[in-house]
Design a protein around this ligand. Structure first.
Ligand code: FAD
Length: 284
């Protein structure tokens, strides 16, 4: 983990583009509350296949203007053509955007088998470098517990290497609760000479049922001791929130102490759960 300590700690907050006017107004409040913590950047997700193309762009420009803080769009390649991706990149260059989270994406069911011209995130990173040189700081995804479709952990590490070699500057992990998985992932990267910061993705626990559902899809393991405690709080959302806050605060503290280069919070467009953890950590 030593090479991780050379980077300054960086903190970032992720949003999704709201669908309704009420959601837009709520996000304006949430972004102001989180902007007060002076994060390194905000990021805004992108619906694979372009389902949020306009809303992601509008949200990114609105957050950046409203807060004055660097804001990074996510961009996925599955289901989008090269010419569509090229147009989006030019739009971001023209609007002063300097960081992108580059992903393969998952096509929502019902969108057919249309894969697009670029198959993997490493192809998208190479395409962005080809089109825009070093203009963007490129973030990519990392999976301490292995991407669910990967053939093996080694194959997934090879896929991660391909993204780094194509020009990624840093990575954000899928969320996890098992700190050893992160430690082993970072150690494996170091052994392979992959020396980019790997920032843990942090999922505040807001609703246990949703967390279980989402964890099954994305391959994040919820340890038995957390499940047992959470299930004993069935029908008691206050205890779920309280215990979730303690568990995630402790995870963040351990990660920072072991030399993680920062934290990226999946806020789910809510400020309170992330701010509760932030205030417990008191990183500044
Ligand atoms: P890749 O790195 O391309 O990997 C996908 C799979 O292909 C892996 O199993 C990998 O091992 C395998 N693979 C890669 N290259 C090769 C190769 N050359 N040969 C064989 N196999 C290969 N999704 C969205 O739709 N929108 C978002 O905004 C979004 N934001 C995210 C943010 C973060 C921080 C993270 C961690 C995930 C996010 N996702 C998002 C989810 C992501 O799109 C999915 O996890 C997706 O399934 C994989 O994307 P990737 O960029 O990791 O793909």
């Amino acid at each position: 983990m030593n090479s991780q300590t050379q980077y300054d700690k960086r903190y970032s907050f992720e949003f999704f583009p709201p669908k309704t006017d009420a959601g837009v107004e709520k996000l304006k409040r949430v972004q102001q509350e989180l902007a007060a913590k002076s994060p390194s950047f905000f990021s805004v997700t992108y619906g694979a296949g372009g389902s949020t193309r306009d809303r992601t762009f509008q949200t990114v420009t609105q957050v950046k203007q409203n807060t004055g803080i660097s804001t990074a769009p996510h961009l996925s390649c599955v289901g989008d053509s090269k010419s569509q991706l090229g147009e989006i990149l030019q739009q971001y260059v023209s609007n002063g955007i300097e960081r992108i989270v580059a992903l393969r994406g998952d096509l929502p069911s019902g969108m057919g088998a249309s894969i697009g011209e670029l198959k993997y995130a490493s192809d998208l990173v190479a395409f962005i470098r080809e089109q825009t040189g070093d203009h963007f700081h490129l973030e990519v995804a990392a999976y301490p517990e292995m991407h669910p479709q990967a053939k093996s952990m080694n194959a997934d590490l090879d896929a991660f290497r391909a993204k780094v070699e194509a020009g990624a500057n840093s990575a954000i992990t899928q969320y996890f609760f098992n700190i050893d998985a992160y430690k082993f992932f970072v150690d494996s990267c170091e052994k392979r000479g992959l020396d980019i910061p790997v920032v843990p993705g942090i999922m505040p626990i807001i609703n246990y049922e949703n967390l279980v559902r989402f964890s099954q899809m994305c391959g994040a393991e919820i340890p038995r001791w957390i499940r047992v405690r959470m299930e004993s709080y069935s029908g008691d959302p206050t205890s779920v929130l309280q215990f979730g806050e303690e568990v995630i605060t402790s995870l963040c503290q351990s990660l920072l102490e072991m030399g993680a280069p920062g934290l990226h919070f999946y806020t789910m467009n809510q400020s309170a759960p992330t701010l509760a953890i932030w205030d417990n950590l008191d990183p500044g």
